[in-house]
Design a protein around this ligand. Sequence first.
Ligand SMILES: Nc1nc2c(c(=O)[nH]1)N[C@H]1C(S)=C(S)[C@@H](COP(=O)(O)OP(=O)(O)OC[C@H]3O[C@@H](n4cnc5c(=O)[nH]c(N)nc54)[C@H](O)[C@@H]3O)O[C@H]1N2
Ligand SMILES: Nc1nc2c(c(=O)[nH]1)N[C@H]1C(S)=C(S)[C@@H](COP(=O)(O)OP(=O)(O)OC[C@H]3O[C@@H](n4cnc5c(=O)[nH]c(N)nc54)[C@H](O)[C@@H]3O)O[C@H]1N2
Ligand SMILES: [Mo]
Length: 764
Amino acid sequence: MTQDTGRKGKPAGGRGAIKGSVQAFARQGIPIKLLASFARANKVHGGFDCPGCAFPDKAGKPLLDSCEQGQKAIAWEMTRKAVGGEFFNGKTPAELQGRGDFDLEFQGRLTTPVLYEKATGRFRAIDWPEAYAIAARELAALDPGQVAFYASGRSSNEAAFLWQLAARAYGSPHLPDSSNFCHEPSGYALKQSIGTGKGTCSLEDFEKADLIIVIGQNPASNHPRMMAALYEAKKRGAMVLAINPLRERGFDNFSDPKNLVELVRDQGIAVADAVYQVQIGGDLALLKGVMKSLLEWERAVPGTMFDHRFIAEHTEGIDALFADLEACDWPDLVERSGLSEKKIRDIAYRYAHAPATMITWCMGLTHHLEAVATIQQVTNLALLRGNIGRPGAGVMPVRGHSNVQGDRTMGATSTVTAAWLDNLEATFPGLRICRDAGRDAAGVIDGLFEGKVSAFLSLGGNFGVAAPDAPRVLAALERCKFTLHIATKLNRTHCHPGEIGLLLPTLGRTDKDLRAGAEQCISTEDSSSTVRASRGLQKPISKAQRSEPAIVAQLAHALGIAPMVPWLKFADDYAALRDRIEQCQSGITQGFENYNRKLADDGRFPLVNHAAQRRWRTASGKAQFITHPLRNDSPVALAKLRHGDDVLTLMTIRAHDQFNTTVYSQDDRYRGVTGNRRVVFLNADDLAARGLRDGDRIDVETLVDDGITRRVEGFTARAWNIPPGCAAAYYPEAGGLIAASTLSSHTRTPLYKEMPVRVSATTP
Ligand SMILES: Nc1nc2c(c(=O)[nH]1)N[C@H]1C(S)=C(S)[C@@H](COP(=O)(O)OP(=O)(O)OC[C@H]3O[C@@H](n4cnc5c(=O)[nH]c(N)nc54)[C@H](O)[C@@H]3O)O[C@H]1N2
Ligand SMILES: Nc1nc2c(c(=O)[nH]1)N[C@H]1C(S)=C(S)[C@@H](COP(=O)(O)OP(=O)(O)OC[C@H]3O[C@@H](n4cnc5c(=O)[nH]c(N)nc54)[C@H](O)[C@@H]3O)O[C@H]1N2
Ligand SMILES: [Mo]
């Protein structure tokens, strides 16, 4: 059986990217706006921060700093399609639930507050004073310990700060966020290892690295501006290695749309020098193998492999790491990683010969049982050769949502330090905030299932679809007493309101934000810890839309909490708000001094990243080599004990035409998929072993032994270049297969990319 490689020969990026951008705006009926959008996206001076990914923006005044994927997200938001009272009035949740996800969002921008009451069973448009009054009435009647405040990572620093302040002042410590589903293990692992829970690289490092290892990431679809950086690196002679179960298109063939010669020839270059097709979840063993090779060579010729001075001066725990590596045996590492000893040694050899190496990763490492352990081996590998805190070197979790890192810096998370809470109280004298332990996203899901979370509020996102066990989470949201969503567009979670449900229309990144007659700017933080100003470019489609900071501040004001916080002033004057944020950051995050002035003068500024300066904020002041055993009790291993060779490991991944739960089309042009996202990519041998063929209709069932049946039906099998025993399907279509009862060690992140499943032919 041959595998389908899609549109063979066509590069990722290139003409396709230009066409994709044009189509995105044309589909919204606003083709002309593409020009303004390209001119302003990610530009620091007078521009706006693209609402797509969190890849760093170029410094200075680049002609262009945007990509196809960013333009899709922008067009989706800039659309002139609107949905208001005429759509919602009289509709029941069942009627809305009957519509497809695409159809819901394609209705356009939300333009009116909407109320749902179980008593009438219907939605209806209301005005803002009524919305605030209802929210205040509901929240006042609830026990704050039962109320969760979720944040997705698209908001601004200003909105995120107010969100956590309002939640804590109200009395709830429950601040789950999309990071809990995303890079939580990265932050946790890095904090323990190097004392800073953020990546240590900047965009300039891409210009100086000799080797860039891209592990568990598909930048061609999810961070195309990073593809441009890799492409430049490759062209100047750097080496790029990809570690991924899939040979993603961008690795083998990518053309920068700005390169006219390649554009005309419609041909790009192989950006990756090699792609190592690791087994799903095999990275921990692989990384141990790479380090074991280095150790063996070092023992043979001492002084050749490691940066001994760096290790002696800056680190602790090297002996335990060596002991751990010595205890590993090669056949076991080979079996677990799915890569031959030769290939693993090949990576080690290339790493050992590169003067400066960067290692970047994304969800391919975090959505796993041993995510923290794996990321700490990435860090160990970097530390062994002093590859942190010098030009062209470093560790870089490439963040997802455009301001997900900033939300965290603003304290919008359930785990914050006591120092942060102290600063909040000191900044607003008289304020008393909740200091209880808060629920993370997994905790909120448990709470929803057990009835201990009875109200759910969200600042953006699509929680009921993004969460594991999505169908059960949506049903649990309906059992809530109160739900409230601040959103730009209608999505499935909104169609499952609680007894009282509010949906509040907000401005997005691209909208001009006028408050009390003055144009406001917001700020965001990218994956390289750079904070920047962002100003919208178009007039909002409706006068009834409110900015996120204004909505949150008005809600808090209506609720009558924390009168010492000047909520209404903050709603109209974000600079005044930023002055207080600066105060709260004192002694916590260095770099926010003169926040407003820096934004006004330079448009952006870096936050101090201690690890990048080789200052390790760990208990001992040294960077830590941390080891973890290889486990035999993963959900996949347990399923194999019961179901033998039937078990496949499923990863749920993104297609080229989506942003998380927002699906733009049924196509994935980089993987040759057209018109149907309900596909499962499988190794040809695995298909044959099950008597299946490419194109067959199949059902997929989760093999987690927790008494719950999870199944999707009528998917299409695709024979694909994927390691044996591995399967891939798209998120969110396959999200119902992910068991909320299985979570990663340390950070309780869902195992979105490591589910044991069985596939079988659909019975007609
Ligand atoms: N256009 C667009 N941009 C986006 C997003 C979007 O949906 N659309 N989403 C944003 C968000 S929130 C995020 S978090 C990022 C997501 O960006 P990515 O992490 O790149 O996205 P995923 O599709 O989830 O896929 C991860 C990659 O990991 C690989 N992988 C899976 N399991 C393993 C494993 O065990 N080992 C290794 N080595 N690799 C593995 C998969 O083959 C796939 O190539 O992108 C952000 N940017
Ligand atoms: N099976 C599976 N599940 C996953 C993943 C996976 O790989 N596989 N990935 C996980 C990851 S990495 C993440 S980050 C989560 C994402 O989970 P979420 O962040 O909860 O989901 P999104 O799809 O990003 O949210 C989209 C919605 O946000 C709203 N929105 C968009 N822009 C704005 C804005 O500017 N302001 C406001 N207030 N609202 C806005 C719109 O209503 C839109 O419908 O999903 C996780 N779920
Ligand atoms: Mo994410």
